[in-house]
Design a binder for this molecule. Sequence first.
Ligand code: GDP
Length: 297
Amino acid sequence: MTIQWFPGHMTRARRQIEEKLKLIDVVFELLDARIPQSSRNPMIDEIVGGKPRLILLNKADLADAEQTTRWNKHFKAQGHETLAIDASNGTGVKDISGKVKELLREKIERQLSKGLKPRAARALIVGIPNVGKSTLINRLAGRNVAATGDRPGVTKGQQWIRTGSDIELLDTPGILWPRFEDPEVGNRLAATGAIKEEVLHIDEVACFVLKELAPRYGDVLSERYGLDSLPSSLPDLQSAIEVLEAIGRRRGCLAGGGHIDYEKAAGVLLRDLRSGKLGRITLEGPEEAMEPIGASE
Ligand code: GDP
């Protein structure tokens, strides 16, 4: 396996997570339900090792429900427990406890057979920035204990957070990195707001999004932006730029001389996508994830 892209801070992040793993019974691997593969750390299996793991497809409120079902099946077929949740509203969050009991059943039964009362399961939340780790910690805790926003949480001394059920959480989540050296992954991460727009050109991200959406969510685009003749596939950059231009014209994103301000038009599209105004959209299906990441390296 080649790991040239693996700079020092990632090694440190990984080491920090490995330290935390010693303290816990179960890992909650938080993914973005709109981009489950792109929001995944490429070395997660190695990092988590044999520790029981629950995959949580977060932001399911923004994702295409049908695709989320397919992703759930995909991860189950790989032998993982999974659950779709919406940490900001709490949907699905109460089912986490039952899943944890399933994952730790043998351990719990062993404790019971020795006459011991099973203690609360200790959990660590891991995920890439912006995937909703702090929001989930606050949701499980029932109060505000973690900083949310598009920056990593404020680091303080490690504490256990009680959750009202039989789970205790480490208050500092494990921050993972995405596979950002892959341009498609980078575009998906930028489209959902997981990485800062400045990293990529916003108009390029918008063209990528249009190319992805045209075949699957063309009706949604046509309706929202009044596009009469949107083709069902945008085969090249030029065809995507034309659609972006049409959106810009519709939305009055004009630069001087009657030209379209592409960045403004791109901003409109991406804001609509991220806020759910385009409806519930998933940007990648499990068929694009059949090859385990890293398998060919
Ligand atoms: P962290 O960096 O992983 O800790 O991510 P945060 O918890 O700070 O969340 C990043 C952003 O995503 C915040 O604006 C949250 O409100 C939002 N968010 C988190 N979970 C959900 C969810 O399930 N649905 C939606 N729509 N937004 C969410």
